[in-house]
Design a protein around this ligand. Structure first.
Ligand SMILES: [Zn+2]
Length: 342
């Protein structure tokens, strides 16, 4: 998921090793465009059906402000499934052509750096602007593109092709970010060492629960595991925090009102717990935890390790080496990508 969906042609932040470059490239550059029926299955059925099963009533309403009144979460989930299934759309020829061009542009740059990415098929789902707040995201093996966002991408890509001096083709960063989420879902174990050994997160097993969190959290289809704790530096008290996205009390029930926050957790004899609900309700904005933001300085899409990684990988694939002035952690994360995504 990307909260900021303004296309940027700024320098955003993969051959020699290819055993069969021709076949790898061919598999990569011919994207699949889902029919509305295939798209509906990707959104409401499929292997990650559990995503909608886990939504609470507040976040369902935030996703669909005119949702019929109900206090029954199961009834809400059934209604939301029907709503999403009815909002899938067919790609136009212009959209297919533009996406194929962006994918081909990405594939040329990706192939020398990552055989894994070069061999991962591209699949697209189109929905109208009312699904998931109009944000691009992924479900199953597909990248979900809301129509208004897709229209901006197609227009920007056409402008670029007509003579832009920008080095990065508009849309490439977003597609590589989202394709990283597809890989994360296909091969979650591959990314574990990045989260733990490079970023310094600790996996909480089992993850803690709290009534406040269960009723205020906003699920991210691209970051389903709410199990990652990070310890603040000793100089800042050394407390453990869990980055999470919530709808604060009193906030308008729309996805625009969601806030990344730092939720405090404690560990006793290996068992993790949230602090009390009253404290959680006053949790600081994640952006106010300066040591966290300074550590993961290559993006402000920092509310989950999956998001940190999606931006990291897009940057690495497009630029190859860390930019001048990049942080030590960014360099270490690029080194990890070079080894683990080759
Ligand atoms: Zn994302």
């Amino acid at each position: 998921m990307r909260r900021r969906t303004i296309l940027s042609a700024a320098a955003w932040p993969w051959l020699g090793a290819l055993a069969s470059p021709t076949s790898a490239r061919a598999a990569n550059v011919e994207p699949h465009f889902a029919t509305p029926e295939e798209a509906a299955e990707a959104l409401i059925g499929g292997p990650d059906r559990a995503y909608i099963d886990g939504l609470n009533l507040r976040e369902m309403r935030a996703r669909w402000p005119s949702m019929p009144q109900t206090q029954d979460p199961d009834a809400g989930r059934a209604a939301l499934r029907a709503f999403y299934a009815a909002r899938t759309r067919s790609f136009t020829d212009t959209e297919r052509s533009a996406l194929a061009d962006i994918v081909a542009w990405c594939s040329e740059r990706v192939a020398p750096r990552s055989t894994l990415f070069a061999r991962t098929p591209w699949s697209f789902v189109k929905v109208d602007g009312s699904v998931e707040g109009g944000m691009p995201h992924t479900r199953g093996d597909s990248i979900v593109l809301p129509a208004p966002f897709l229209a901006r991408m197609v227009e920007a890509s056409a402008r670029w092709a007509n003579g832009s001096r920008a080095t990065t083709r508009p849309g490439a960063d977003v597609l590589l970010h989202e394709q990283t989420h597809v890989l994360q879902r296909q091969q979650p174990a591959r990314f574990e060492s990045l989260h733990v050994d490079v970023y310094g997160f600790r996996r909480m097993s089992p993850p803690p629960r709290s009534t406040w969190h269960d009723t205020h959290v906003v699920a991210n289809p691209d970051a389903p595991e709410l199990c990652w704790a990070w310890q603040r530096p000793e100089a800042a008290g050394g407390s453990w925090i869990v980055p999470s996205v919530v709808l604060p009390d009193g906030a308008a029930p729309t996805l625009d009102a969601m806030q990344p926050v730092a939720l405090e957790v404690t560990q006793r004899e290996g068992r993790w717990s949230f602090v009390d609900d009253a404290t959680l309700a006053r949790a600081p904005a994640l952006g106010a935890v300066r040591d966290y933001g300074a550590r993961f300085d290559w993006t402000d899409e920092n509310f989950h390790p999956n998001e940190l990684t999606a931006d990291l990988v897009a940057l690495w694939l497009l630029e190859g080496t860390p930019r001048n002035g990049a942080s030590t952690l960014f360099g270490a994360a690029c080194d990890w990508a070079r080894t683990h995504l080759a």
